[in-house]
Design a protein around this ligand. Structure first.
Ligand SMILES: [Zn+2]
Length: 235
Protein backbone atom coordinates (compact mmCIF):
# COMPACT_ATOMS: atom_id res chain seq x y z
CA UNK A 1 0.00 0.00 0.00
CA UNK A 2 1.07 3.54 -0.63
CA UNK A 3 -0.50 6.98 -0.13
CA UNK A 4 -1.03 7.14 -3.91
CA UNK A 5 -3.13 3.99 -3.83
CA UNK A 6 -5.32 5.40 -1.09
CA UNK A 7 -6.09 8.65 -2.92
CA UNK A 8 -6.70 6.69 -6.11
CA UNK A 9 -9.38 4.72 -4.30
CA UNK A 10 -11.19 7.97 -3.54
CA UNK A 11 -11.19 8.90 -7.23
CA UNK A 12 -12.61 5.48 -8.11
CA UNK A 13 -15.31 5.79 -5.48
CA UNK A 14 -16.31 9.13 -7.00
CA UNK A 15 -16.31 7.67 -10.51
CA UNK A 16 -18.56 4.81 -9.37
CA UNK A 17 -21.02 7.17 -7.75
CA UNK A 18 -21.28 9.29 -10.90
CA UNK A 19 -21.10 6.65 -13.62
CA UNK A 20 -22.68 3.57 -12.10
CA UNK A 21 -25.12 5.73 -10.13
CA UNK A 22 -24.94 3.26 -7.33
CA UNK A 23 -26.12 4.24 -3.91
CA UNK A 24 -23.42 2.14 -2.39
CA UNK A 25 -19.80 2.30 -3.44
CA UNK A 26 -18.39 -1.18 -3.94
CA UNK A 27 -15.29 -2.32 -2.17
CA UNK A 28 -12.43 -1.02 -4.28
CA UNK A 29 -8.90 -2.40 -4.38
CA UNK A 30 -6.41 -0.30 -6.28
CA UNK A 31 -2.78 -1.23 -6.72
CA UNK A 32 0.06 -0.02 -8.87
CA UNK A 33 1.39 -2.85 -10.94
CA UNK A 34 4.58 -3.23 -12.99
CA UNK A 35 2.89 -3.95 -16.30
CA UNK A 36 5.04 -4.14 -19.39
CA UNK A 37 3.77 -0.84 -20.73
CA UNK A 38 1.14 1.74 -19.86
CA UNK A 39 -1.66 -0.73 -19.16
CA UNK A 40 -4.41 -0.77 -16.58
CA UNK A 41 -7.02 -3.36 -15.72
CA UNK A 42 -10.36 -3.21 -13.92
CA UNK A 43 -12.72 -6.05 -13.04
CA UNK A 44 -15.54 -6.87 -10.68
CA UNK A 45 -15.67 -10.05 -8.72
CA UNK A 46 -18.17 -10.79 -5.98
CA UNK A 47 -19.15 -7.12 -5.51
CA UNK A 48 -15.52 -6.12 -5.26
CA UNK A 49 -13.67 -4.06 -7.78
CA UNK A 50 -10.04 -4.83 -8.52
CA UNK A 51 -8.01 -2.19 -10.28
CA UNK A 52 -4.43 -2.38 -11.38
CA UNK A 53 -2.78 0.79 -12.57
CA UNK A 54 0.53 0.81 -14.40
CA UNK A 55 3.20 1.87 -11.92
CA UNK A 56 4.39 4.34 -14.56
CA UNK A 57 1.39 6.41 -13.43
CA UNK A 58 2.47 6.41 -9.80
CA UNK A 59 3.68 10.00 -9.84
CA UNK A 60 1.05 11.37 -12.21
CA UNK A 61 -0.83 14.47 -10.98
CA UNK A 62 -4.09 13.80 -9.08
CA UNK A 63 -6.15 15.24 -11.96
CA UNK A 64 -4.73 12.53 -14.25
CA UNK A 65 -5.38 9.81 -11.67
CA UNK A 66 -8.93 11.06 -11.42
CA UNK A 67 -9.39 11.11 -15.20
CA UNK A 68 -8.08 7.56 -15.43
CA UNK A 69 -10.52 6.43 -12.73
CA UNK A 70 -13.43 7.86 -14.75
CA UNK A 71 -12.13 6.27 -17.96
CA UNK A 72 -11.77 2.80 -16.44
CA UNK A 73 -15.13 2.87 -14.68
CA UNK A 74 -16.82 4.09 -17.90
CA UNK A 75 -15.23 1.17 -19.78
CA UNK A 76 -16.44 -1.24 -17.13
CA UNK A 77 -20.03 -0.12 -17.69
CA UNK A 78 -19.73 0.37 -21.45
CA UNK A 79 -20.35 4.07 -21.03
CA UNK A 80 -18.86 6.85 -23.12
CA UNK A 81 -15.65 8.35 -21.86
CA UNK A 82 -15.97 12.12 -21.66
CA UNK A 83 -13.68 14.17 -23.91
CA UNK A 84 -12.33 16.03 -20.91
CA UNK A 85 -11.12 12.89 -19.14
CA UNK A 86 -9.81 11.40 -22.36
CA UNK A 87 -7.76 14.46 -23.17
CA UNK A 88 -6.39 14.83 -19.63
CA UNK A 89 -5.20 11.25 -19.72
CA UNK A 90 -3.81 11.43 -23.26
CA UNK A 91 -1.88 14.61 -22.59
CA UNK A 92 -0.13 12.79 -19.80
CA UNK A 93 0.35 9.49 -21.61
CA UNK A 94 1.84 11.10 -24.70
CA UNK A 95 4.21 13.29 -22.77
CA UNK A 96 7.76 12.47 -24.00
CA UNK A 97 8.96 11.60 -20.51
CA UNK A 98 6.09 9.18 -19.94
CA UNK A 99 6.59 7.66 -23.37
CA UNK A 100 10.22 7.02 -22.52
CA UNK A 101 9.27 5.33 -19.25
CA UNK A 102 6.72 3.22 -21.11
CA UNK A 103 9.25 2.13 -23.73
CA UNK A 104 11.73 1.28 -21.02
CA UNK A 105 9.18 -0.81 -19.13
CA UNK A 106 8.37 -2.67 -22.33
CA UNK A 107 12.01 -3.46 -22.98
CA UNK A 108 12.92 -4.44 -19.46
CA UNK A 109 9.80 -6.29 -18.43
CA UNK A 110 8.60 -7.81 -21.63
CA UNK A 111 5.69 -10.08 -20.90
CA UNK A 112 7.32 -11.59 -17.90
CA UNK A 113 6.38 -9.69 -14.80
CA UNK A 114 7.05 -12.40 -12.31
CA UNK A 115 10.55 -13.75 -12.23
CA UNK A 116 11.31 -16.58 -9.86
CA UNK A 117 11.46 -17.51 -6.21
CA UNK A 118 15.10 -18.45 -6.50
CA UNK A 119 17.25 -15.40 -6.27
CA UNK A 120 20.98 -14.95 -6.39
CA UNK A 121 21.33 -14.96 -2.62
CA UNK A 122 18.03 -16.12 -1.17
CA UNK A 123 15.47 -18.74 -2.11
CA UNK A 124 12.00 -17.46 -1.23
CA UNK A 125 10.48 -20.95 -1.36
CA UNK A 126 12.83 -22.11 1.37
CA UNK A 127 12.30 -19.02 3.51
CA UNK A 128 8.52 -19.38 3.12
CA UNK A 129 8.62 -23.05 4.19
CA UNK A 130 10.70 -22.18 7.25
CA UNK A 131 8.46 -19.28 8.31
CA UNK A 132 5.31 -21.29 7.67
CA UNK A 133 6.60 -24.02 9.95
CA UNK A 134 7.80 -21.70 12.70
CA UNK A 135 4.98 -19.17 12.85
CA UNK A 136 1.94 -20.57 11.05
CA UNK A 137 1.86 -24.22 12.01
CA UNK A 138 2.38 -25.01 8.32
CA UNK A 139 -1.17 -23.82 7.72
CA UNK A 140 -0.62 -21.17 5.06
CA UNK A 141 -1.23 -22.42 1.53
CA UNK A 142 1.76 -21.76 -0.66
CA UNK A 143 1.32 -18.59 -2.75
CA UNK A 144 3.25 -17.76 -5.90
CA UNK A 145 6.52 -16.34 -4.60
CA UNK A 146 8.71 -14.14 -6.69
CA UNK A 147 11.49 -11.62 -6.61
CA UNK A 148 10.46 -8.37 -8.24
CA UNK A 149 11.69 -7.65 -11.74
CA UNK A 150 13.21 -4.38 -10.55
CA UNK A 151 15.21 -3.45 -7.49
CA UNK A 152 12.45 -1.35 -5.93
CA UNK A 153 13.49 0.45 -2.77
CA UNK A 154 10.24 2.15 -1.77
CA UNK A 155 8.19 -1.01 -1.65
CA UNK A 156 10.00 -4.02 -0.23
CA UNK A 157 7.20 -6.52 -0.36
CA UNK A 158 3.74 -6.87 -1.77
CA UNK A 159 0.96 -9.38 -1.31
CA UNK A 160 -1.70 -9.62 -3.97
CA UNK A 161 -4.99 -10.93 -2.55
CA UNK A 162 -6.51 -11.65 -5.92
CA UNK A 163 -3.71 -13.71 -7.34
CA UNK A 164 -2.27 -15.02 -4.07
CA UNK A 165 1.13 -13.76 -5.03
CA UNK A 166 3.91 -12.41 -2.84
CA UNK A 167 6.56 -10.33 -4.53
CA UNK A 168 9.69 -9.31 -2.64
CA UNK A 169 11.92 -6.48 -3.84
CA UNK A 170 15.01 -7.69 -5.62
CA UNK A 171 16.96 -5.05 -3.67
CA UNK A 172 16.83 -7.53 -0.75
CA UNK A 173 18.28 -10.40 -2.78
CA UNK A 174 21.80 -9.50 -1.83
CA UNK A 175 24.37 -10.53 0.76
CA UNK A 176 24.23 -6.95 2.08
CA UNK A 177 20.68 -7.65 3.26
CA UNK A 178 20.74 -9.85 6.37
CA UNK A 179 18.66 -13.00 6.12
CA UNK A 180 16.44 -12.10 9.08
CA UNK A 181 15.47 -8.87 7.30
CA UNK A 182 14.38 -10.74 4.15
CA UNK A 183 12.52 -13.17 6.40
CA UNK A 184 10.80 -10.32 8.20
CA UNK A 185 9.63 -8.66 4.98
CA UNK A 186 8.32 -12.02 3.76
CA UNK A 187 6.77 -12.72 7.17
CA UNK A 188 4.91 -9.40 6.98
CA UNK A 189 3.47 -10.32 3.57
CA UNK A 190 2.54 -13.78 4.86
CA UNK A 191 0.62 -12.13 7.67
CA UNK A 192 -1.48 -10.43 4.98
CA UNK A 193 -2.58 -13.92 3.93
CA UNK A 194 -3.65 -14.71 7.48
CA UNK A 195 -5.18 -11.34 8.36
CA UNK A 196 -7.59 -10.27 5.64
CA UNK A 197 -8.19 -6.51 5.42
CA UNK A 198 -11.15 -5.22 7.41
CA UNK A 199 -13.38 -2.26 6.87
CA UNK A 200 -13.42 -0.09 9.95
CA UNK A 201 -15.45 3.15 9.90
CA UNK A 202 -15.67 2.96 6.13
CA UNK A 203 -11.92 2.64 5.73
CA UNK A 204 -10.03 -0.38 4.56
CA UNK A 205 -7.60 -1.41 7.28
CA UNK A 206 -4.78 -3.70 6.23
CA UNK A 207 -2.61 -3.53 9.33
CA UNK A 208 -5.10 -4.23 12.07
CA UNK A 209 -4.13 -4.38 15.75
CA UNK A 210 -4.15 -8.18 15.52
CA UNK A 211 -1.84 -7.97 12.50
CA UNK A 212 0.60 -5.72 14.33
CA UNK A 213 0.53 -7.98 17.39
CA UNK A 214 1.37 -10.99 15.24
CA UNK A 215 4.10 -9.02 13.55
CA UNK A 216 5.79 -8.49 16.88
CA UNK A 217 5.99 -12.27 17.36
CA UNK A 218 8.84 -12.32 14.85
CA UNK A 219 11.89 -13.53 16.73
CA UNK A 220 14.18 -10.68 15.73
CA UNK A 221 11.46 -8.06 15.45
CA UNK A 222 13.43 -5.19 17.04
CA UNK A 223 16.51 -5.85 14.93
CA UNK A 224 14.42 -6.08 11.78
CA UNK A 225 12.73 -2.77 12.58
CA UNK A 226 16.15 -1.18 13.15
CA UNK A 227 17.34 -2.45 9.77
CA UNK A 228 14.25 -1.12 8.02
CA UNK A 229 14.76 2.24 9.65
CA UNK A 230 18.38 2.32 8.53
CA UNK A 231 17.29 1.56 4.98
CA UNK A 232 14.73 4.37 5.09
CA UNK A 233 17.31 6.86 6.32
CA UNK A 234 19.77 5.87 3.62
CA UNK A 235 17.33 6.90 0.89
ZN1 LIG B 1 1.52 -4.61 4.85
Amino acid sequence: MSPGEISLRTHFAEAFRQIAKRAETPDIHVTFYPFAGLNHTIRIRKQRVYVRISDIMRDAPPSVHRALAFILVAKLYNKRVTAEHQSLYRQYAYHPQVQRATDLARQQRGRKVLTSAIGRTYNLDKLFARLNRRYFNNELPKPVLSWSARRTKRILGHHDYVHETIVISRSLDSSTAPEFLVEFVLYHEMLHMKHRPRTINGRRVYHTAAFRADERRFERYDQAMDELEKMTNRR
